[in-house]
Structure formats: structure tokens, C-alpha cells
Design a binder for this molecule. Structure first.
Ligand code: C5P
Length: 222
């Protein structure tokens, strides 16, 4: 029997960055490495939880005793997250989801020609996974989002916590060197639905992950 702060709890963590194909050899993506989500999955497992890690295009070692599901696009991620959420106590959406995807995916490699000096790419909106999770949420289920911002961190994060009906949002400033995307360290502000805020120091992603686990166990899963 697992022991620890999250013993008996099921937690689903998404990590990485989605890829949105343009043609058989190209895609649109972002700078997410998956490190923060993997650190959360590991910390949750070490706290005794049963962990499903839904990873979009990561190349990190998978933490021990964590169930891995691999996905590529935002739409793949949406299907996997919604399926896993039905039996989860907690969902942590750390994945960087592309807001748009190419409207058409070419069957063959797109070619440059003598006269296409300029090309226009048509994009369409991807599903907002957290917005779709909102109506599925049972009162006992806890949903945590992330907000990666380059400006007006707290204001933007507060808008998201309301729009996406989250219990908690982890806001981080991705404009600063050495923290955030692809870095080993991070500095975040935990914003609660009731307006409370808690800012961390610059710490390793593992340390930040353990703080999140403590908040979940002490304040949400009592
Ligand atoms: O709106 P924004 O993308 O900044 O919100 C970030 C949060 O929303 C993250 O937790 C991210 O995983 C989630 N998200 C989502 N579906 C999208 C875009 C973002 O669930 N299409």
C-alpha cells in the first residue's frame, strides 16, 4: 500500500508542448520541454499518488512508477486528458497547448516555387482543454492550470483562473532568463480561486513541484 501525502489519490499531469502538423515533415510548436510537468508527476508519485503523465513531444526520462501516455497534437491531448480525467482526483495541466493549428495539413511536403516569395498560413483555433474540462468537473475534483506569461503575470493569471474555472493556477514569467521554458529552475506564483497568492523563490522545478503537492494535500484533498 502506498503511503504519503497523496496516498490513494489519482493524479493526471499533462506536460510538454503540442505539435501541430503543416505537412508530413513540418509542424508548429513552442519552447516547452516538459520539465515542470515531469517534476510534478515525479513529486506526486513520491507522495504516494497513482500518476498518469500525458506527455506531448517530450524526450525526458519517465519518472519511476508513473504511467506514460504520449500524444502529439492539441486534439490528441484533449482526448487523452478528458478520458483520464473521468477517474482522477486531480488534473494538473502543465502542457503548453497550441492555441491554433494549420487549417489544412498538406498530404505532401509543401514546396517553394519560383513565385511564392510570400506565403500565408491559415490557422484555426484548437479546443481549450481546460474550458472543456470545466463542465465535467465533480465537486471533489481539483483542477490546476498554468499561466506562462511575458507581461502582466498576475492580472492575466487571474483572468484565466476565472475563465477556466480553476481551483489553482501556477503563474510563471517566461520572459526571464533562467526560469520557465526549458530551464531547470522556476519561480512561480500560486494563485487560488479565492484570491490568495503565494510567490516562491527561484528554485528547482522539483522543489516547486513538491510545493504544489503540499498545497494540494493540505488545502484541497483533506
Ligand atoms: O490560455 P492559456 O493558454 O494561457 O492558458 C494556459 C492553461 O490552459 C494551461 O494550463 C494550459 O495547459 C491550458 N490550455 C488548455 N487548452 C488550450 C490552451 C491552454 O487546456 N487550448
Amino acid at each position: 500500500q502506498p503511503t504519503g501525502k497523496l496516498a490513494g489519490k489519482k493524479i493526471v499531469v499533462s506536460a510538454g508542448g503540442t505539435r501541430e502538423p503543416l505537412d508530413p515533415v513540418r509542424y508548429l510548436t513552442n519552447h516547452s520541454s516538459g520539465k515542470m510537468g515531469f517534476a510534478i508527476a515525479q513529486a506526486a508519485q513520491e507522495a504516494g499518488a497513482e500518476v498518469t503523465l500525458i506527455a506531448a513531444n517530450t524526450s525526458l526520462p519517465v519518472p519511476a512508477n508513473v504511467k506514460l501516455e504520449q500524444v502529439e497534437t492539441a486534439r490528441d491531448l484533449s482526448v487523452a486528458v478528458k478520458q483520464a480525467f473521468t477517474t482522477a482526483d486531480v488534473l494538473v495541466m502543465a502542457a503548453a497547448v497550441a492555441d491554433f493549428r494549420p487549417a489544412e495539413v498538406a498530404n505532401q511536403k509543401i514546396k517553394k516555387t519560383a513565385n511564392n516569395e510570400m506565403m500565408t498560413l491559415k490557422l484555426i483555433r484548437n479546443p481549450d482543454i481546460l474550458k472543456e474540462i470545466g463542465p465535467m468537473k465533480q465537486p471533489s475534483q481539483v483542477v490546476v492550470g498554468f499561466a506562462a506569461e511575458t507581461n502582466d503575470l498576475v492580472q492575466n493569471a487571474e483572468k484565466k483562473i476565472k475563465a477556466k474555472k480553476l481551483d489553482l493556477i501556477v503563474a510563471n514569467d517566461v520572459s526571464k532568463k533562467g526560469i520557465g521554458f526549458n530551464a531547470d529552475n522556476n519561480q512561480v506564483t500560486f494563485l487560488f480561486a479565492d484570491g490568495r497568492r503565494q510567490k516562491t523563490q527561484v528554485e528547482s522545478k522539483s522543489q516547486i513541484a513538491r510545493q504544489l503537492i503540499d498545497i494540494l494535500s493540505q488545502q484541497f484533498l483533506k
